[in-house]
Unconditional design. Structure first.
Ligand SMILES: Nc1ncnc2c1ncn2[C@@H]1O[C@H](COP(=O)(O)OP(=O)(O)O)[C@@H](O)[C@H]1O
Ligand SMILES: Nc1ncnc2c1ncn2[C@@H]1O[C@H](COP(=O)(O)OP(=O)(O)O)[C@@H](O)[C@H]1O
Lengths: 111, 140, 140, 111
């Protein structure tokens, strides 16, 4: 139900997350994001979520862990292209201002 | 008049998606607007995930029943399970913006729903989540 | 091992969409391929529509329970209701291509499913629809 | 759940059917198709179904009634743009060869 695809560009790594990230699948998200960050120092990571239809609190937790590890490793960490549902989850957990947010993957890479 | 929609699953996370679909369709069928339906779906998903994770300690074979009905101007969802007693309603809420991983499910449920009720009866847990159909605009 | 997914509704056609969603997700969760899942969804939709239309004569307030499970290499869906006895399994099939309106539901069910069983017990109707997960290729 | 939109062109009327046509909604389809045909003589009617996600046997019955009334009124009657699900329903009711079928609305209007 969750497809994760990582693309390493010259200046940034993009993690594209498609489908539903819930309790059945969010460890996949966690593994991908933390695994990637463990092999990064500096640079940046963009989690591209325009194809992410659902996230629950465990997926939010994975993103928070990603942000923390990124900060420790001096990697810039941002979210891009969130749909209304995932936005509502970030709003209801009051994390919307904690993450660097971009309307789209393109915007994120330009910023 | 509106009836009830109930779904029974075993406690395997792979059925969460199905539960979300049922709850969404039920809310819309009971006359909820898209936004309210989404809120109920998010809250029920967290409550059922908690039953699987904590109530049943990850056992994927135990029964969970989710029943949706309209009660006047409310949508009511009852989540019923045979897991451990959940005295968690007395816990304090997550302080907003705190950067810890986990511990956000109950906070989401309380933020998204208008009323929460928990009962332990005959070795069963019943959690009632209620959402008003019409959001009353605060008078200014 | 796979558990069971059951949904209970009242006999209002507005819930058919929800039933289709549940049956589709269940079949996929039980390991059916898209095509088999679609066939089961179509058949169950017809069976439940028949219960509403004929079994309950259009009354939209009566209970219907749809339970899906995996039984070996089969998906089994049981449709249970308290409507009138349905001795329709003995009827002849619609001759193909006949241009009458109506009367195609049972024909669809029989074409789409591998096994159909009907039981009347304690004033309840139980219709079992079964579909093989793996379509055996005919030997030539 | 079902949206029906009728467009009267110079040579044909197009009935666009979007959503799920099941027991809860197929009378809408029946009313639209028969109502339209009752006001037609000659010409043609195309039922455009590229947005139709589901049809059940009652929707099929409405289409069969449409075809019969069209034949009586000497109106050419065709279906266009069917998705896999509705096609499977027509196949399983053995009606697939009874209807004039087109891949798309455009094809139907050109044919
Ligand atoms: N259904 C339940 N049964 C037992 N304990 C629960 C249940 N739901 C929640 N809890 C307890 O409440 C705590 C907080 O839950 P929650 O906010 O959803 O965060 P998380 O599940 O990430 O720990 C859990 O860690 C658990 O101890
Ligand atoms: N659940 C049921 N209870 C009672 N009678 C039924 C039931 N399902 C089907 N029937 C009978 O079988 C007939 C054929 O059903 P079907 O092929 O679905 O066509 P239709 O519903 O269009 O008549 C119905 O007209 C009805 O008399």
């Amino acid at each position: 139900m969750l497809r994760i695809d990582i693309e390493q560009l010259a200046e940034a790594a993009v993690v594209r997350v498609a489908g539903d990230a819930d309790m059945a699948s969010s460890t996949q998200l966690r593994d991908a994001v933390l695994g990637l960050l463990e092999n990064c120092s500096q640079g940046r990571v963009v989690v591209s979520m325009s194809e992410t239809s659902y996230i629950d609190s465990s997926a939010v937790a994975s993103l928070v862990e990603g942000l923390q590890l990124a900060t420790r490793r001096r990697v810039r960490f941002g979210l891009a292209g969130l749909r209304e549902g995932p936005l509502q989850v970030l709003r209801s957990t009051r994390l919307i201002d904690v993450f660097e947010m971009h309307d789209s993957e393109e915007d994120a890479l330009k910023a | 008049m509106f009836g009830e929609v109930a779904v029974r699953i075993v406690s395997d996370p792979k059925w969460l998606r199905l539960v979300r679909g049922v709850v969404e369709q039920s809310c819309l069928g009971f006359g909820a607007r898209e936004e309210a339906a989404t809120a109920v779906v998010l809250a029920v998903n967290e409550a059922v995930s908690n039953v699987i994770r904590h109530g049943y300690d990850g056992d994927t074979t135990r029964p969970i029943r989710i029943a949706c009905r309209r009660d006047g101007e409310m949508i009511e969802v009852c989540i019923c399970d045979h897991g451990i007693e959940a005295e968690f309603l007395s816990r304090e809420l997550l302080p907003p913006d705190e950067l810890r991983a986990g511990g956000r499910g109950l906070y989401m449920i309380r933020t998204l729903m208008d009323e929460i009720e928990y009962r332990r009866e005959d070795g069963q847990n019943r959690m009632y989540l209620r959402k008003r159909l019409l959001q009353h605009v605060a008078e200014s």
